[in-house]
Design a protein around this ligand. Structure first.
Ligand code: AVJ
Length: 336
């Protein structure tokens, strides 16, 4: 998508002098990935924005608050499962193994693994964000001063080269949080297959997957009483205003979480309260009253279904751990 600066200026409503100046300033910068995705997503017949754009600084802080909500069971349940299996974790990989963490945002879970696996050859956090990697490395080094930390900046949904130093070492992959649930089944199978290629033949993967359960409980986890998830969702619009000079009236949208039984997933949406028009970098988008922007899929699995998905991607299920209420599952997969 290309921006035509002259065209843009002609389209801007002369509501405030500031917004015109902002739009001009933004229009002269190369378009960010967020700008491209937002404009493309709002141009479609069914409007949507990819969920990875939730996580700017404000959104990441809101997600941290979500993990502490009484209704949001996944984070604490997964942590409890890992704690209860702490004694078994060292036997999953030989003593000179390399721990590869996909995404470096889950420090407490990582620390639990590092705590029980004292003979690791190295810890390799992989993240697309250099800033997140710098943070992760600093945090881990204060607690595990002797550990070799080899951060890799990159996108683990694509072919990725690990540091030469870890070639030939057995690998233990770690992908907690049910982040995989944000993907469709096809994308999830592709990601699992890619992780299999990255980790190699002598590898094990520990991966968290949220389980299907009572619909009311699921909805409550994504529409909490304190309204933190609503804020997290609406932050996308604030972010567009802050970063792109968009003119979303955020109060004119509301948060909505639904459960799609057929696909086994939570969907999050932003619903336009009224008919309205919004301007983003000179593009104008019309919203009908009640029209939705889809912002997230969060798939829920059953144990067999997740194992079948993993098998399609070249993994052999080795163990599955769950909590007494069967809210969440942690799968141990072996390269098949
Ligand atoms: C970080 C993708 C696991 O789907 O539960 C939390 C994100 N969205 N509340 C999830 C999220 C709304 C979360 N994941």
């Amino acid at each position: 998508m290309k921006l035509d600066v002259d065209g843009n200026l002609a389209e801007i409503e002369p509501s405030t002098a500031e917004s015109a100046t902002d739009a001009l300033r933004h229009a002269r910068e190369p378009l960010s990935e967020f700008a491209h995705a937002l404009i493309a997503g709002l141009s479609a017949r069914n409007k949507s924005v990819p969920c990875r754009f939730f996580y700017d600084a404000a959104g990441s802080a809101l997600f941290e608050r979500i993990t502490e909500l009484p209704e949001y069971y996944p984070t604490r349940t997964e942590m409890r499962i890992l704690q209860s299996r702490a004694g078994e974790i060292p036997s999953l990989a030989p003593s000179d193994a390399v721990l590869i963490e996909f995404g470096s945002g889950s420090s407490t879970k990582t620390e639990l693994l590092l705590e029980v696996m004292r003979d690791l050859y190295a810890y390799v956090p992989v993240d697309i964000s250099e800033a997140a990697l710098v943070d992760a490395e600093a945090r881990i080094k204060t607690r595990f001063a002797d550990l070799r930390v080899l951060p890799v900046a990159g996108d683990f949904s694509r072919p990725l080269r690990l540091p030469d130093e870890v070639a030939g070492k057995p690998k233990l992959g770690f992908f907690p949080g049910s982040t995989i649930g944000n993907l469709t089944d096809t994308e999830a199978a592709e990601l699992l297959a890619n992780m299999r290629r990255i980790l190699g033949a002598d590898s094990t993967l520990i991966i968290g997957a949220d389980l299907k359960k009572d619909v009311r409980r699921l909805i409550a986890a994504y529409d909490d009483a304190a309204g933190v998830t609503a804020k997290f969702n609406l932050n996308l619009l604030h972010r567009a205003n802050r970063e792109l000079g968009a003119d979303f009236n955020v109060d004119a949208f509301r948060h909505l979480a639904t459960y799609d039984v057929r696909h086994g997933r939570i969907d999050m949406h932003l619903v336009s309260r009224d008919e309205q028009t919004v301007q983003v970098l000179g593009h104008r988008f019309r919203f009908a009253a009640g029209e939705r922007i889809h912002t997230e899929h969060s798939h829920k699995y059953d144990i067999d279904g997740f194992q079948a998905l993993a098998e399609r991607a070249g993994w052999r299920p080795q163990a599955v751990w769950t909590d007494p209420e069967r809210l969440f599952s942690v799968h141990v997969l072996r390269a098949g």
